[in-house]
Write a protein that binds this ligand. Structure first.
Ligand SMILES: *Cc1c(COP(=O)(O)O)cnc(C)c1O
Length: 259
């Protein structure tokens, strides 16, 4: 039987444990724990689990696919809209959805109404497409430039050597706020290699800040996932994107998992 109370308890424990681990790295490296924001990546979660995260105070949610992001964001939004009518309802933060995966230009329009930040801008053509649609909605969209810092062929992201130029070009678009960089760590548990890649991203970030061409709002570094977020915090990550560490110990029956 799917016992949601026990799922909720496990989620609460995992959330607490994650925050303790972040606090520990921050203590060690002299950082303020509030400077590290967690994007809870919900791609393996059910809608019940996403609601439970919101009740825990999770303010940032992430998905790597447009169809999943829009579907889950719509369901969550409907639930939040109904909630004030419930007797026991306290004030809940309306979470912000982050698009963290590869974004195709023909999907931009459908994701924009639901998304509060796009981490995966890796070409000028994509940046321009976002700018056009955001302009039509009379909004501004915070974005990060995704960098391929590992040189692994299958990964998305702009090459390190081209990142500064892309960031500057995207910054000139009127409806985009270029807020920083995003990168994926290497697929390895070789700590030296992970630190090397993360340090490279940090150096690139500093270089772009140094040019002053992207303005004072270029402050965010989205780096690190369940396996490597501690190393990412060491080099200055301001967003870590964590999925599996939040959902570990939760077993879902197939029927619920595909809800
Ligand atoms: C799935 C995903 C994550 C989270 O990965 P975990 O290992 O489950 O923490 C982070 N970033 C991106 C881009 C992802 O697709």
């Amino acid at each position: 039987m799917y016992d949601f109370l026990s799922v909720k308890r496990t989620l609460g424990d995992n959330w607490k444990r994650l925050n303790e681990r972040i606090a520990e790295v921050c203590r060690r490296t002299g950082r303020d724990p509030d400077s590290v924001k967690i994007v809870a990546v919900t791609k393996t979660a059910t809608i019940d689990m996403i609601r439970a995260l919101v009740e825990l105070g999770v303010a940032d949610l992430g998905e790597n696919r447009v169809a999943e992001l829009t579907r889950r964001a719509a369901m969550l939004s409907e639930w939040l809209n109904r909630r004030p009518l419930e007797v026991a309802a306290g004030e809940l933060v309306r979470p912000r959805w982050h698009m963290i995966g590869h974004l195709q230009r023909n999907k931009v329009k459908s994701v924009l109404p639901w998304v509060g930040m796009i981490h995966s801008v890796d070409s000028l053509r994509l940046a321009e497409e976002i700018d056009t649609h955001v302009g039509a909605m009379n909004r501004k969209m915070p974005v990060l430039i995704q960098v391929n810092a590992t040189d692994e062929k299958q990964k998305f992201g702009v090459a390190v050597a081209a990142a500064t130029h892309l960031a500057e070009q995207a910054h000139t678009l009127p409806h985009l706020e270029v807020r920083g960089l995003m990168a994926m760590g290497p697929l390895t548990d070789d700590v030296t290699r992970i630190r090397q890649v993360f340090t490279r991203v940090r150096e690139l970030f500093d270089e772009i800040v140094g040019t002053r061409l992207c303005g004072p709002q270029f402050t965010e570094l989205s780096l690190g996932m369940s396996q490597d977020f501690e190393y990412a915090i060491e080099v200055g990550a301001t967003y870590i994107r964590v999925g599996s560490a939040l959902f570990e110990g939760i077993e879902l029956p197939v029927a619920v998992a595909t809800e």
